[in-house]
Design a binder for this molecule. Structure first.
Ligand SMILES: [Ca+2]
Length: 181
């Protein structure tokens, strides 16, 4: 019985602390732009909509920016810090995209990218990524795996911002055929 009371007390404390902190966070979240998440499942494409948490004023809300990148997926974002529109590929052996001009925006344009171009496709847009698959992936400056190659190893739940000279350059992506041992 004592134990039950302690649990109830703990829950009440949590709720009251939460309610103190909530109004500012809630209004910040309400002001965030929406973004689309385009998920390439291997069986097709699933598009959902979430908030662009990377644009929040609060660090603990920005920390949610990659929450929609599931285990088993390679995720890329239009902006740094897992911001902007998101594109994801699942961990199917040999999964790839030869040409990001085929990765269409389902509604709103991407960009502007480093050349100031608004675009309905993902070409030359990627600024951050996260690899939650069991494979190593590579992205390329050019379509069909050409020009500069950049490796993406397992990154856990941490997003990686690409370097300035790599920003808005990605045009294709491939998963390595073998598993990371
Ligand atoms: Ca970008």
């Amino acid at each position: 019985m004592l134990k039950v009371k302690a649990v109830v007390a703990a829950v009440l404390v949590t709720v009251s602390l939460g309610s103190i902190a909530t109004p500012a966070y809630a209004s910040d979240e309400a002001s965030l732009p929406k973004r689309t998440v385009t998920k390439h499942t291997g069986d097709g494409v699933v598009v959902t909509e979430t908030l662009d948490y990377a644009k929040s004023r609060y660090a603990n809300i920005r920390a949610k920016a990659a929450a929609d990148c599931p285990v088993g997926y390679l995720c890329m974002w239009e902006d740094a810090h897992a911001g902007g529109q998101a594109v994801m590929w699942n961990d199917v052996k040999g999964n790839h995209e030869n040409d990001f001009t085929n990765v269409m925006s389902p509604g709103q344009p991407y960009g502007p990218n480093r050349w100031g171009v608004l675009s309905m496709d993902f070409n030359d847009q990627m600024s951050s990524w996260m690899n939650r698959t069991s494979r190593t992936w590579y992205w390329y400056f050019g379509a069909n795996g050409t020009w500069e190659r950049h490796q993406m190893g397992w990154s856990g739940d941490r997003w990686i911002n690409v370097l300035d000279n790599e920003n808005d350059h990605a045009s294709s992506v491939y998963s390595w055929l073998g598993q990371i041992s």
